[in-house]
Unconditional design. Structure first.
Length: 281
């Protein structure tokens, strides 16, 4: 994962500078193969040579530091990204891999999954965060909306499992929740999106350990993304990924089907008290 993110970043810098691999190599007095190795996220290039290339490409300071650090770790599997690691864009790795994924499967136990959250629901969730300053929140809201637009573009299959209690947890006003539930009904009819609910009546289930996303690809093994209060974790080793695959298989056997899911959401909407009723009470 580190190698892919590193290589993608080098490609983006070359495009921004309007340079090919060969042109950059000629300017630095290198063989073209050396630039190609960097673009492909391979080891073997020294930090000094990398710094020369990044300087040629007029890399911004934050990106320079990020790529220099990433270059030393491209051979490592799995990736723990602490919240206080100093990384300015914690969603970057997830976003870059979702972009090339052929399938995304998400499980959300306590709140509506981020990919199918309505705008007002997102805003309320972000504003409720104790980890974000007031200045950071608008950018996070924009990032989450951009993530939805990028993933839900019809070019990959998306399956979302949500626990029923996430649909019943009050987030914001009754109007915010009603809009969220109606939003789920609207997106659930998209042909590339499958939305299924784990009913509360099921009791204990395979997903009790917590929420996660699994990304599958055409040419590389699947990865798992887990987010916690203190860190985000990307798992690549296949024995660990296999455990999450087993969870998803179990959820698939026990979740309501799509029609039953839509009926449950519709029933919950019917149960929701209207704002004027709450005011009278």
């Amino acid at each position: 994962m580190r190698g892919r993110e590193f290589g993608d970043a080098i490609r983006a810098l070359l495009r921004a500078a309007d340079l090919t691999n060969r042109a950059a190599a000629e300017l630095l007095g290198w063989q073209e193969a050396k630039v190609s190795e960097l673009v492909n996220g391979k080891e073997g290039v020294s930090d000094v040579d990398l710094a020369k290339l990044l300087g040629l490409l007029r890399t911004p300071p934050d990106e320079f530091d990020h790529l220099m650090a990433l270059h030393r770790e491209t051979h490592q599997r799995d990736w723990l990204q602490p919240a206080k690691s100093g990384v300015t864009d914690r969603a970057r790795t997830l976003r870059e891999h979702e972009k090339i994924a052929s399938g995304v499967t998400g499980w959300s136990m306590n709140v509506v999954h981020g990919l199918v959250q309505a705008p007002d629901y997102i805003t309320y969730m972000v504003n409720s965060s104790t980890r974000l300053s007031a200045d950071e929140r608008p950018a996070v809201v924009s990032s989450r909306m951009a993530r939805q637009n990028a993933v839900l573009d019809g070019y990959r299959a998306v399956t979302i499992y949500i626990h029923e209690r996430a649909l019943r947890l009050p987030v914001g006003s009754p109007e915010v929740m009603a809009d969220q539930l109606h939003h789920l009904l609207r997106v659930s009819v998209r042909p590339y999106l499958t939305l299924r609910v784990i009913p509360t009546s099921l009791g204990p289930h395979a997903g009790l350990a917590g929420s996660f996303d699994m990304l599958t690809f055409k040419k590389i093994p699947p990865i798992v993304y887990v987010e916690s209060e203190g860190a985000t974790v990307f798992l690549e080793d296949q024995p660990s990924v296999g455990l999450y695959e087993d969870v998803l298989k179990s959820l698939g056997r026990t979740a309501l089907d799509e029609a039953q899911t839509r009926k449950l959401i519709t029933d919950i909407i019917g149960e929701e008290p209207r704002h004027d009723q709450l005011a009278e009470e």
